[in-house]
Design a protein around this ligand. Structure first.
Ligand code: MRU
Length: 347
């Protein structure tokens, strides 16, 4: 299967596939400053929790590789500043903070290396974060595939596929795996208002991979569930609290309520880098507020009267009790989540 690569390190720069232009145009931009990398995350050229983490790691590598220094430790203040800049780009996906912390802590641990070795080691650490994410997605695929019922009708929301990760995807991982195994599989793809990640990105990558899909508007989910046409729901996550509450794209909570009402299992697929054991429950997850223009405008056209106030929380939190299982690279975690996640994260 041909994989679209959301982000990569190439020739001393960070290459980002501009997802704002998909599916019409495949444009890749190369950035060589932390400010530009942070802006590529803020403006959603690159998006999806794991992909944001990989991009931020490469942003930290930029400073290590190109920063002026006589010795490795000279780069620590610039790396600390880069971390602040990158961390300010988007608030909800914890993978961003996880990746910059890992890169900074690694820099501190390696600061006694000769400068050229240090630069190489920092780049290798960013590449390791990318490679590990890809491996985690493949493992999520393997663990999640058996959860898809035989008839194979999966509903997903937003984009938690190869475009949102280092490749393969989290929520789409089990779907790709089932497809590779030759199983019957069909995906209901929520359009995902207002930013249309489902229509623009998930439909695009599933179609490219040859996975049968039906695009639906978000308000059609109950219709198809009520007719018994949805066998399970699989979504990604931007941050999972220690009690299993999961933040994901706005609309996910509504889907979880619908799935519960219809007796349909809803799974959250995410790598352990998305689990934030520092917060006890979902009420502590910061929710990004995005521009109301993304609600009042559609494809550059105004769709609401001028002056109308529009709200735009970009994420919501699904309570753990509505989640049938959390699929991560180490296996599938089920309730009671507090103890199960604690054991998982210790192991
Ligand atoms: O605002 P986005 O497009 O970055 O939101 C993305 C999501 O909500 C994804 O479902 C989540 O990050 C998981 S990606 C594997």
């Amino acid at each position: 299967m041909e994989q679209l690569q959301s982000v990569a390190w190439r020739d001393g720069g960070v290459r980002v596939l501009d997802q704002r232009l998909l599916p019409q145009h495949e444009v890749v931009n190369t950035y060589t400053t932390v400010a530009d990398v942070a802006e590529s995350i803020r403006s959603m050229q690159v998006r999806g929790a794991p992909a944001i983490g990989c991009t931020a790691a490469y942003g930290m590598a930029l400073v290590a590789v190109h920063g002026a220094a006589h010795q490795s430790s000279d780069l620590l203040p610039a790396l600390a500043a880069a971390r602040v800049t990158l961390d300010a780009s988007r608030p909800t996906a914890v993978n961003l903070f996880w990746a910059t912390r890992r890169m900074y802590d690694y820099a501190v641990a390696q600061q006694s290396l000769p400068l050229s070795d240090f630069r190489q080691a920092m780049l290798a650490e960013a590449e390791a974060i990318f490679a590990e994410d890809l491996a985690m997605c493949m493992a999520i695929g393997r663990h999640g595939e058996p959860l898809i019922p035989a008839r194979g009708n999966v509903l997903t929301h937003c984009n938690a596929g190869g475009l949102a990760t280092a490749g393969y995807g989290t929520a789409l991982g089990p779907i790709y795996r089932a497809h590779e195994l030759g199983r019957t599989i069909h995906v209901f793809v929520d359009e995902t208002r207002p930013y249309l990640q489902g229509a623009r990105l998930t439909a695009f990558e599933l179609q490219r991979a040859g996975v049968p899909l039906t695009l639906i508007t978000d308000n059609m989910a109950a219709y198809f569930m009520g007719r018994g046409l949805v066998d399970c729901v699989i979504v990604g996550a931007d941050r999972i609290a220690a009690n299993g509450d999961a933040a994901n794209k706005i609309g996910t909570y509504g889907l979880a309520v619908l799935a519960h009402a219809h007796g349909i299992p809803m799974y959250v697929a995410a790598p352990t880098s998305t689990i934030d054991m520092r917060i006890s429950d979902g009420s502590m997850i910061p929710i990004e507020e995005r521009s109301s223009d993304e609600v009042t405008m559609l494809a550059g056209q105004r769709i609401a009267p001028v002056g109308v106030h529009a709200a735009h929380p970009a994420f919501d939190v699904t309570p753990a009790r509505l989640i049938a299982g959390i699929i991560c690279e180490k296996g599938v975690v089920t309730a009671p989540y507090e103890s199960a996640l604690a054991t998982l994260m210790q192991g």
